[in-house]
Design a protein. Structure first.
Length: 400
């Protein structure tokens, strides 16, 4: 990428946000250098505040988000400063269409265009305190949402299914950045421990019907009766690129290297198995929303923490945090960029942690190896994921 390339895409974005009356949203995601920004995502959108059009900037951070409502005189400087930050993915949404930009590790700019992902949206109608818009819209009849019992025939979300509706949309919103640079390349996704597969059906629907991306999704679960229900729903919807197999995660063999491996609320070490399989299959992305975690609960032993460990609920919460911390370190050691974040609001589901990982770093990071071994030695534990990965992982620990 030369300097003119850089200026071209940045000026295109600045002009769109500043001057295009059809500008809807700009999203920057995929930070590549956390020493230069503490934001996981930054987005810009037009808002109306007391009949005055502003551009609202939302800075999403692991601890606390920040919002700024920008006037015209300060917008360009803010945009230029933001575009200089190390984000690898940019998504510009306009009424006329979308622009997808990905910046490679070597600095090459890859740009593509697609049909508008938010057709019919009117920028001038956006208010400061607007009703939240979802990927799967409320109030519009959706055959899929009706089939799984979230909507009635008029497209209204049933009161008893409100949390499930928010969970499905939160899931899509967190995964959408992984597909920001996709155009027409066929995707292959595997859902390990898919269960009833509501969220997997939702992702397929988002990719196929809302983004227009070709994708094949395969769900794997040990329970044959659950798989039969998933197959029946698939057939009823007529979604031919969905497949389901009754098998243990360790026994399943994917048809190709997956673009994404999912593990959503798989119990205990089934989440570890899914993460390990994703690594061994060389999956480009791995997303896990852990459920119950008992393995380390039985192993924890540290005299200093005896007052905490004697209380069951406190011991359980500590084991949960430690288990997920070790999973993030394993992924980092194996060459993945990792984020741990809220799945949805805690009042929607108590199991609201999501680990999102994307391959792209050199494996064997010394700092991550040291942190992993220090935790193991202090707590005197043997995480199951080590044996699941075998020599491909333990060779990084040898001699440390």
């Amino acid at each position: 990428m030369n300097r003119n390339d850089t200026a071209d895409y940045k000026e295109l974005i600045v002009q769109a946000v500043e001057k295009d009356p059809g500008f809807l949203r700009l999203t920057l995601s995929g930070p590549t250098d956390t020493t230069r920004t503490d934001c996981t995502k930054i987005s810009f959108r037009p808002v109306m505040i007391r009949n005055d059009r502003r551009i609202q900037a939302l800075y999403e951070k692991p601890t606390q988000n920040a919002v700024a409502n920008l006037e015209a005189r300060e917008l360009r400087a803010c945009l230029q400063k933001t575009l200089a930050l190390p984000f690898s993915r940019l998504h510009l949404q306009q009424q006329t269409g979308d622009v997808h930009i990905r910046i490679t590790r070597k600095g090459k700019v890859l740009m593509s265009r697609s049909a508008p992902s938010r057709p019919g949206t009117e920028p001038a109608a956006m208010t400061h305190d607007r009703v939240r818009r979802y990927a799967l819209e409320e109030g519009r009849p959706n055959v899929f949402l009706q089939a799984i019992g979230i909507q009635n025939e008029k497209g209204q979300v049933l009161p008893s299914m409100r949390n499930k509706f928010r969970q499905v949309n939160g899931f899509i919103e967190l995964l959408a950045p992984l597909f920001a640079d996709q155009t027409d390349r066929s995707l292959f996704l595997v859902d390990c421990g898919c269960g009833s597969a509501w969220l997997t059906f939702s992702l397929y629907h988002y990719l196929h019907h809302l983004r227009g991306l070709p994708a094949r999704v395969e769900g794997v679960d040990l329970k044959s009766d659950v798989i039969a229900k998933c197959q029946a729903l698939r057939d009823r919807l007529g979604w031919s690129d969905l497949a389901f197999e009754a098998a243990a995660i360790a026994d399943y063999q994917p048809r190709a290297e997956p673009d994404l491996v999912l593990s959503l609320h798989a119990c205990d070490t089934a989440t570890d198995e899914a993460i390990a399989r994703g690594i061994l299959w060389n999956s480009r992305g791995i997303v896990a929303a852990p459920c119950c975690q008992h393995e380390l609960h039985r192993q924890l032993s540290a005299p200093l923490f005896a007052p905490l460990l004697r209380h069951g609920i406190l011991r359980e919460r500590l084991a949960d945090l430690l288990t997920d911390t070790l999973r993030t370190l394993v992924l980092r050691i194996m060459g993945y960029r990792v984020q741990a974040m809220e799945f949805v609001a805690p009042d929607a589901t108590p199991k609201n942690l999501m680990i999102r990982a994307e391959r792209g770093l050199p494996p064997g990071d010394d700092g991550a190896v040291k942190e992993y071994l220090d935790l193991k030695r202090y707590w005197q534990i043997e995480p199951a994921i080590e044996s699941m990965l075998g020599e491909r992982f333990t060779r990084f620990l040898a001699g440390r």
